[in-house]
Design a protein around this ligand. Structure first.
Ligand SMILES: Cc1cc2nc3c(=O)[nH]c(=O)nc-3n(C[C@H](O)[C@H](O)[C@H](O)COP(=O)(O)O)c2cc1C
Length: 229
């Protein structure tokens, strides 16, 4: 922050958000991934599903999950658009809060691929957000976009909290070399915060260990979860 005023404003705007983030996240540390509780939402036909793929690898372990989701969705009549986020130019959020002044659109000061991707998120019927685990977190490829999504919500922590992507069915997919417990579940905590900020309808957080390879059992589990979208 370059001035005392902007620092104070930033603190005021983010205090409630920080309090909410600090709230305990209920995680079911169960390798069977019982955390995927399908929501009560009515299923839509012919959806345009936007995949934001956050691995640097277009054909890696996480992309394998995207392939399964894509196959299942297209079989069910939905259209899938996959964006390989590592190919985009997305400046990191600078917390200038300019976006928060615009009630009608994301209003981010950066007019880069991040801005067009936020628009694409608004126009999609459902979202799939993917990232391999990097130190139990999102990759550096997708994190700038996650942060820039702050421009999609307003007045977080107040009764007027709104989001341009409210109630959008959203599925999170991740792979990592290790287990879900104390590892994948940490990323799920971040996804839960993201869900709350953007008022998304979280369909599930699907985590599969990629070591030695994603098992057939996990693949079948993912297909069943995608069927609920
Ligand atoms: C920098 C880096 C950090 C990683 N951190 C973790 C981690 O914290 N937990 C984990 O289980 N795997 C971790 N991994 C392993 C990857 O998440 C795993 O191999 C993943 O399946 C790669 O997916 P991709 O093929 O889609 O890139 C890490 C890998 C790298 C390169």
């Amino acid at each position: 922050m370059s001035s005392e005023i902007s620092r104070r404003k930033f603190i005021a705007m983010t205090t409630t958000a920080a309090a909410a983030i600090a709230a305990p996240v209920t995680l079911i540390a169960d390798e069977s991934h019982a955390q995927q509780v399908p929501s009560a939402r009515k299923k839509m036909k012919n959806m345009n599903v936007l995949v934001l793929h956050g691995s640097p690898h277009e054909d890696g372990n996480t992309a394998g999950l995207v392939d399964i989701a894509t196959e299942t969705l297209t079989k069910n009549g939905h259209k899938v658009q996959r964006i390989h986020v590592a190919d985009l130019e997305v400046a990191p959020c600078i917390a200038c809060m300019e976006c928060q002044k615009n009630p009608n659109k994301p209003g981010c000061v950066f007019e880069d691929d991040g801005a067009s991707t936020l628009e694409a998120m608004i126009h999609a019927d459902a979202l799939i957000i993917t990232s391999p685990l990097y130190f139990a977190a999102f990759t550096a490829h997708i994190k700038p976009l996650i942060d820039r999504s702050f421009a999609l919500c307003r007045k977080f922590g107040t009764k007027d909290h709104m989001s341009f992507v409210a109630n959008k069915p959203t599925l999170f997919l991740s792979t990592g070399a290790g287990p879900y417990k104390n590892n994948g579940e940490i990323l799920e905590g971040s996804c839960n915060d993201y869900t709350r900020f953007l008022k998304l309808d979280k369909v599930g957080f699907f985590y599969a260990s990629s070591k030695p390879a994603v098992s057939d059992e996990k693949k079948a589990e993912l297909k069943a979860l995608v069927e609920t979208l």
